[in-house]
Design a protein around this ligand. Structure first.
Ligand code: ZN
Length: 261
């Protein structure tokens, strides 16, 4: 029966119970209104329905003594596992769909020796898509309705895939610049406002810090500067020990401008 029964202990808590109070008690019901447990007789509260005689119940102490049929407990666990599996399947499908919409086309573009214009167009489209997902995320992230809350979670998953796509494109350009002799190292700025397009999914950004000076038309930067601004204008710019893709929008924009067509 799908019910959580409240039970009363009329007498003292038995020493046997105190000794074994950590164990879950499972027992067969012999009487519709009472349960014998570790030397105690637990009685159902008057407002509780009768216990089903002959079935197994689990008893535990949580302010009151409570019990549920083992069948009910197992059914709840199965329903919970089913919900978890459905949630996982949904998340997988959202991620798969975002991967085929954003990540795979980005990889295909990179693999095909793209023009600067094509790279820029792709990057702009990714930024627009990212903004859309961020809007959705903000719109629903406080939602109480599970379906709306799910929209927020989905937006976050999609945004992660879009960010991965931007990183893939960024790393491609990073590598191409190195072949042109424009060498850099990715450097992290700790402030969430340093060149950040949004601090929501990735607080702080990774910048392109020059290992060699660059002069291109009016654009000049010294060794140690980031492409987006000179080193002195940063509150803190720390080289990444392990390479991370440049995610600063201004640096990425400049990287594309420096890229030979
Ligand atoms: Zn930057």
């Amino acid at each position: 029966m799908e019910h959580t029964y409240k039970l009363l202990c009329d007498g003292f808590i038995s020493p046997e119970f105190m000794r074994n109070s950590h164990s879950p008690w499972v027992m067969g019901v012999e009487h519709p209104r009472t349960i014998r447990l570790e030397g105690m007789t637990l009685r159902l509260h008057d407002n509780q329905p009768d216990l089903p005689v002959g079935v197994q119940v689990q008893v535990w102490l949580d302010r009151y003594f409570l019990c549920e049929t083992v069948e009910y407990i197992e059914a709840k666990a199965a329903a919970c596992a089913e919900r978890a599996a459905a949630r996982q399947a949904h998340e997988d499908s959202v991620r798969r769909s975002a991967t085929s919409t954003y990540f795979e086309p980005t990889q295909a573009l990179i693999a095909g020796n793209p023009t600067v214009a094509a790279l820029r167009e792709k990057l702009d489209a990714l930024y627009v898509a990212l903004e859309g997902e961020e809007r959705l995320y903000h719109q629903f992230w406080r939602a109480l309705d599970p379906q709306n809350k799910q929209k927020s979670n989905d937006a976050l998953s999609v945004a992660r895939v879009i960010n991965d796509s931007i990183r893939a494109l960024s790393d491609y350009v990073f590598g191409q610049l190195a072949t042109q002799g424009i060498k850099g190292i990715s450097s992290h700025a700790v402030s969430p406002h340093e060149g950040a397009r949004s601090g929501l999914f990735d607080p702080g950004k990774d910048h392109f810090k020059l290992l060699t000076p660059v002069a291109y038309g009016k654009f000049k930067r010294s060794k140690g500067d980031a492409l987006c601004k000179p080193y002195v204008k940063f509150f803190c710019l720390q080289d990444n020990e392990v390479h991370r893709a440049v995610t600063c929008c201004a640096c990425l924009d400049r990287m594309l401008r420096l890229l030979n067509p």
